[in-house]
Design a protein around this ligand. Sequence first.
Ligand SMILES: *Cc1c(COP(=O)(O)O)cnc(C)c1O
Length: 230
Amino acid sequence: MNETARRIDSIRDRIRQAAARSGRNPGEIAIVAVTKTVTVDRILPAINAGIRLLGENYIQEAMEKIGSLPDQLVAWHFIGHLQSKKVKYAVRHFDLIHSVDSLKLAREIDKEAAKAGKVQRILIQVNIAEEATKSGISADDTLELVREAGRCEHLQIEGLMTMPPFFDDPARARPFFRALSELKDRVQAAGIPNVIMKELSMGMTGDLEAAVEEGATMVRIGTAIFGERL
Ligand SMILES: *Cc1c(COP(=O)(O)O)cnc(C)c1O
């Protein structure tokens, strides 16, 4: 087994163990391999090891890679801050956009998706710890955003995403993961037409166990697969 395959195996183990601790089926948890700064020749071994979802933060960087990888094998997820002028490219190339955090952005995506004849799958990014430096809508405004964006015909809202504050001790991220999970349940309970809140995109290299134990369905993993970013 090569180094990348070994690293991915070890992430799958971590997910399995966390799922077992919380009585979950590990098959419900997808790995999104985060490929920012990672070149195509280093992404291929991850695909060979079974990775099928690739997460990128920058449209320009992603577009340089997307054409070079077998698109029948992988799906691209956009996980970075999305600028208005890049929406068109995001809709063209990405299966799921994790980072929708305003009605304005949701409507721009809807408009481009309509032009492309596509229903764009999206998640709402929540700034669950209300950090001044982070993107994301506040927890208090999330229900209203889902309600309004849920009216857009070319959007399919599938769940929530968050990036909690960074802690040396990942246990401290857990309350934020739990808060996102509870928020997802509250939004789902509101019964908004055409909205099925099934995905929770949360957990990265340092804190995936806590995220899985609190209900993550997608973990976004960079460093543990590809090593430290330069
Ligand atoms: C870079 C990044 C990740 C991956 O972080 P690692 O700690 O390297 O696993 C996950 N999510 C987002 C939004 C990122 O920007």
